[in-house]
Design a protein around this ligand. Structure first.
Ligand SMILES: Cc1ncc(C[n+]2csc(CCOP(=O)(O)OP(=O)(O)O)c2C)c(N)n1
Ligand SMILES: [Mg+2]
Length: 582
């Protein structure tokens, strides 16, 4: 349906105003960027039309914040940068969204075309640099076409596999004027949120898949981030329950089904509780909204070649890319699961009944894993054990909380050990590109997307250092965000790998001992330093109680590189040439 609001603008206006009017019509949420001359008319119009724009301190962080906002809402996150360095700073953040399939509308200013390529200040080949970082790059060549091209940007961002779209706006287009009519300002409401449209897999393939599943004794669902993009949580739970099929997930797929569900068998791939073992023993894998990339497959060692795979994905060419699929279900995850459930209606009784023993294995196996992990989960070690930190997060965070996890150990450990209590995207790791530095700005984006919920970001000290300036932004934006700094005074992942693989020769892996809580306090934020694991819970609670400024909880964790990697015993690990231990 086409959205066309009352009191629509019309008449002569500049390109920046037209851009802002269109974003307003699109119901744009918080936007993140840093201005420059080229986009000045747009910035001017932002206030006039009542949009909510936040000055960030690094455009990459604006893109990260927009990405996290989009993950929470499934509505396009919006960020902008001025020409040249502003535009190039967006690259890392946009690739996170591209690889993660996250809807984004990004805007860059560009040179005035009357003078392009005459050594204009800050000029570079930004269109060429940014094109591979986005799903589509739209160069806006006429002021009059701004409404049409903003419509296109939203349509591309939210359709099929969502992704970032860049509107590159030359200065003269932004500053130039056009006489717009009321009819110019329309937008298709379906394109304002992913998934804009749903496509169902081929009926015949669904039937074939249903037959394979019906006769399987040990089927297993492997779920990726696509489940959140398609909002397929209920469909997944219904299907898994009706068919008695356990669910394993990637880091991005966590929360496809609540971690607390008895059908949830946790993370699979590089780190796993019991899921990898279940994969090995499975006779039918149902992969949903998951690319089966390096981390999910332990560098393509999983799943074993003899196990048939049913692969449901919105991108046809992802099916069979890393692992051949017995049955290809090209379509939306929710729609595909609903269709599978329907096709299996007749076999519900038989299948469910036939899998009682299989399902009965899950709880004791999980319990066994937990008993083995208990010494780490309950550790009273000082410095704090990462597993203990994860357990405190599990105990302390409310059911609707959002945990945003940075690259580095913050993501590795919480990916394995953090449990969501409800289905939904309550865990937001930046696994598209796995850059460090996502935690703080991502936390800010999540906070602005869900101001009434507790938002906790967890970041390494290296990642935090990279984007520390955004604490100023988060404070200015009034975000009641809690940022946990995993303080190991190291580029820890690198140091742990050097320990395991380079005979303990450490190179460029140490950071200074710092007190990030004290830094936060001098920046006008809350700051709590935690050295005793018993103090974790109250520090987290105190952080979550702050509703309008960020709190940094600086947690001193192990400095021993032999203890840093989750699930890898450095004394016994086998290192193969060209492989990675974790
Ligand atoms: C932008 C970027 N540079 C380098 C890396 C490679 N890398 C992965 S984890 C890691 C260590 C980061 O240190 P820190 O943020 O303190 O996390 P820790 O591993 O110590 O928990 C690095 C350098 C990366 N992921 N992203
Ligand atoms: Mg570190």
């Amino acid at each position: 349906m086409t959205k066309n609001l009352k009191n629509l603008p019309s008449g002569t206006m500049n390109g920046g105003r037209a851009l802002a009017e269109m974003l307003s019509l699109a119901g744009a949420g918080p936007m993140f960027g840093m201005g420059g001359f080229q986009l000045l008319p747009f910035y001017d119009a932002v206030g006039l039309v009542g949009l909510n724009h936040h000055l960030i301190n690094d455009e990459r962080c604006g893109a990260f914040a927009a990405d996290a906002y989009a993950r929470i809402t499934n509505r396009p996150g919006i960020c902008d940068g001025t020409l040249g360095p502003g535009a190039t700073n967006l690259v890392t953040g946009l690739i996170e969204s591209l690889n993660g399939g996250i809807p984004i509308v990004a805007i860059t200013g560009d040179t005035n075309r009357s003078h392009s390529w005459k050594n204009m200040t800050q000029e570079c080949r930004q269109v060429e640099i940014l094109r591979p970082a986005v799903k589509e790059l739209i160069r806006v060549e006429m002021t009059s076409r701004i409404p049409e091209l903003v419509r296109r940007a939203f349509a591309v961002a939210t359709s099929g596999r969502p992704g970032p779209v860049l509107l590159d706006v030359p200065e003269d287009v932004c500053h130039g004027t056009h006489d717009f009519t009321v009819e110019d300002f329309v937008i298709d409401e379906a394109t304002l949120k992913a998934p804009a449209r749903r496509i169902r897999p081929d009926r015949a393939e669904v039937e074939r898949a249903a037959k394979l599943i019906a006769k399987a004794k040990r089927p297993l669902l492997l779920v990726g981030g696509g489940i959140h993009l398609s909002e397929g949580w209920d469909a997944l739970a219904k299907f898994a329950e009706a068919q008695s099929i356990p669910v394993a997930h990637t880091m991005s797929g966590k929360g496809g089904i609540a971690c607390a569900s008895p059908l949830n068998v946790g993370l699979f791939g590089r780190y796993s509780r019991i899921a990898n073992d279940l994969i090995e023993a499975s006779d039918c894998l149902i992969v949903v909204g998951c690319k089966l990339g390096e981390i999910a497959t332990k560098r393509f060692a999983l799943p074993p070649a003899h196990i048939p795979v049913i692969h449901l994905d919105i991108v046809a060419e992802e099916i069979g890319r890393c692992r051949s699929a017995e049955i290809a279900l090209w379509g939306d995850a929710r729609a595909g699961l609903e269709d599978l459930a329907e096709a299996l209606l007749d076999s519900v009784k038989v299948a469910g009944g036939g899998r009682t023993d299989y399902l009965a294995e899950i709880a004791p196996r999980m319990k066994k894993w937990e008993d083995e992990a208990a010494p780490r989960l309950d550790s009273r070690d000082r410095p704090v054990h990462m597993a203990r930190l994860c357990r405190e997060l599990n105990k302390t965070l409310p059911a609707d909380a959002i945990l945003v996890a940075d690259g580095g150990f913050a993501g590795h450990w919480t990916g394995l050990l953090y449990d969501t209590k409800k289905a939904g995207r309550h865990y937001v790791p930046d696994r598209g590109f796995a850059s460090i530095g996502y935690g703080l700005p991502g936390g800010m984006g999540a906070c602005l997307a869900a101001p009434d919920r507790a938002v906790v970001a967890i970041s390494g000290d290296g990642g935090f250092n990279m984007t520390l300036g955004e604490l100023e932004t988060a404070r200015r934006a009034g975000c009641g965000l809690t940022v946990i700094v995993v303080n190991n005074a190291a580029s820890g992942y690198v140091k742990a790998l050097q320990h395991a693989m380079m005979g303990g020769r450490y190179q460029s892996a140490d950071l200074n001992e710092m007190d990030y809580a004290a830094i936060a306090r001098t920046m006008g934020c809350g700051g709590i330093r935690v050295e005793d694991p018993e103090a974790l819970s109250s520090a987290l609670r105190q952080g979550m109680e702050e509703r309008d400024r960020p709190t940094v909880v600086d947690v001193v964790v192990t400095r021993d590189p032999a203890q840093m990697l989750p699930a890898v015993d450095n004394r016994t690990v086998q290192i193969k040439q060209g492989d990675r231990v974790a």
